[in-house]
Design a protein around this ligand. Sequence first.
Ligand code: C2E
Ligand code: MG
Ligand code: MG
Ligand code: MG
Length: 292
Amino acid sequence: AAKDAGKNTWYFFVPAFQEAVNSRLRLEEEIRQGLLRGEFHVHYQPQFDERGHLAGAEALVRWQHPEHGLMIPGHFIGAAEQAGLLQQLDHWVLVEACHQLAAWSGHPVMGSVPVSVNISAVQLHQGDFSTQVMGVLAETGAPANLLMLELTESVLVRDMALAIAHMEALRVHGVRFALDDFGTGYSSLSYLQQLPLDELKIDQSFVRSLPADTGSLVIIRAITALAESFGFDVIAEGVETDAQHTLLASNGCRYFQGYLFAQPMPAEALTTLATTLPRNERHAAASGIRRR
Ligand code: C2E
Ligand code: MG
Ligand code: MG
Ligand code: MG
């Protein structure tokens, strides 16, 4: 009977499996074509300080698919990685974000707003990663001190020594680093001491469960205390409600990103938004490498 069941399972799953393979291959081919056809775009989600001043923007890739419309990374990053296209996609995003940084450089507000770019494991673990980034900065004319690279813990633990070497090489030129989704990875705290970081990003999973979940609040307090002792800025992502914002602010979080303030948007929309926001006096003094 077991044999029969096995047989049935086999016959049953072949078409489904084949369909999955076909659709993945189709998606991979579409990503390849989409890159060539200019279907990918970068949206920018603003980040704010405790006074509501614009403190930064995160570059987030979007795919304007000819049939499916606007697609978010969750729908295609996995396929891009499987197809070996993630490195190409990430490089494209970095170039695009740096072109935008250069375009904003003369702007009275946007000219001093740092832009964060997400860096994946495949990208960072290329031997010449830091050289590539320096090349992109030189080609685009983007100011290095306004570029922040977001890494995740999983990216870093893979080859800590190589990661640190790239970080140090870029840091000399003013490039800064944030640790994304902090608190969800292999949080051995000793590596915080070794890494040349500037910012910790509290993962949205902790923010989402506020204000009800006291456990998350305990973790958030620990993160802000840790950031303070190491001299890192701390930013919360996924802030959706006033209650979350208030609680985060009163527990040592100084920067905020989330739908409560703004969704990711095209560069032009952010430029427009920026000119309607309260002016940050520090912007007049300009080039400051640190946000605070
Ligand atoms: P992430 O780097 O942690 O980015 C934050 C994500 O949270 C973004 O999703 C953003 O749109 C979303 N978000 C912002 N505010 C809120 C909020 O208030 N509520 C909720 N529920 N979500 C919020 P997105 O754009 O879909 O990106 C998802 C992830 O994909 C990113 O997470 C990042 O890990 C990755 N990603 C995005 N762009 C790139 C890229 O260019 N390269 C690579 N390698 N990864 C990217
Ligand atoms: Mg990020
Ligand atoms: Mg994140
Ligand atoms: Mg996240």
